[in-house]
Design a binder for this molecule. Structure first.
Ligand code: S6P
Ligand code: ZN
Length: 190
């Protein structure tokens, strides 16, 4: 067998995922972002500071399984975004482009309700609803952010090219164009 240059041969493996809870047993990395990690992302910065002062709750957790960061390998993760609001804006992830911008990503929603917000560098915007069973394809070049509009954790399985990387800087400068806010008890994208 001839190995492609830059792609390692590793042993097959499996991991256990608690589909109801939204957790991966023995992840290689567990990233936990709290309200204080989200400064600059919500419209109501004062509401965010009040939330931080009141205990700095966890916003989301990402359990990742990371094979070699090489062309041909596939990363996968469980994202668990808790319910809540900052002012009238629903809890959300930071959002990012991929550093290797021409790599896409698949999200399969396992639990909860919300949206995947997506935007391109030239200003196109899209929102796809999340509910159990919704598979969202995030194409290459689209920044992506999850938003939880429900009352339970929004849990999704995601999978992407191992060499994709995260580019947070560009979307932090640009913003996502639209936000998901609660009006009259219902989510509105505006
Ligand atoms: C990675 C993938 C997810 C996110 C996770 C958290 O490409 O899209 O694993 O990293 O949902 O979002 P963020 O924007 O804080 O990385
Ligand atoms: Zn991504």
């Amino acid at each position: 067998m001839q190995l492609a240059s830059g792609t390692s041969l590793i042993q097959p493996f499996s991991v256990e995922i608690d589909l109801a809870e939204g957790a991966m047993a023995n992840p290689q990395t567990l990233t936990r972002r709290r309200a204080s990690d989200m400064r600059g992302h919500y419209a109501d910065g004062e509401a965010l500071e009040r939330l931080i002062a009141a205990g700095d709750p966890v916003h989301y957790e990402v359990f990742e399984c990371l094979p070699p960061e090489e062309y041909g390998h596939i990363f996968f993760c469980i994202s668990r975004l808790l319910p809540g609001k900052v002012g009238s804006e629903y809890f959300m992830t930071k959002g990012h482009y991929h550093t290797v911008a021409h790599t896409g990503e698949l999200y399969l929603c396992l639990r909860g309700t919300g949206f995947m917000l997506m935007k391109t560098a030239d200003g196109q915007f899209a929102a796809q609803p999340f509910h159990r069973g919704a598979m969202v394809y995030c194409p290459p070049y689209w920044a992506h952010r999850s938003v939880n509009t429900g009352t339970e954790p929004l849990v999704s399985f995601c999978s992407y090219n191992a060499e994709a990387g995260h580019n947070y800087g560009d979307i932090e400068k640009e913003g996502f164009i639209k936000r998901v806010l609660e009006f009259d008890g219902k989510p509105v994208i505006r």
